[in-house]
Write a protein that binds this ligand. Sequence first.
Ligand SMILES: [Zn+2]
Length: 128
Amino acid sequence: MSNAPDIHTIAARRVHGLPDEWQPRIYESIERGLGVMLTGSVPLGFYTRGPRKGAPKFPPRRDMQRVIVTSAEIEQTRWDWERETGWCHRCGGGGQTVKSIGISGTTYRNCPECDGTGAAKHIRECQP
Ligand SMILES: [Zn+2]
């Protein structure tokens, strides 16, 4: 599984000039199909002990930023990002997407967009 940021996060950072460390914590869709509202923040730091050691620490929700990215901005970001990185936008180049999340853990499957290759589709199609 890849730790690459998803396309909504990349779009939010680009459209709103947020730093690369900025991460969304809550995703909400606005008006079906119009876009997504992300609530997030730059982590304040990292847990130094306890069971969450190493995990980023976020401020309370009221101190996070709320930003909206429209479907058009997401679409544009998808193409820009694929062109720049050569990676599949859907899985972030990892080749895997989440199939289900359950009590027995998270299961993955090959990304349907790139067939598990992690390569951006339009780039793959250009290759002999
Ligand atoms: Zn993919």
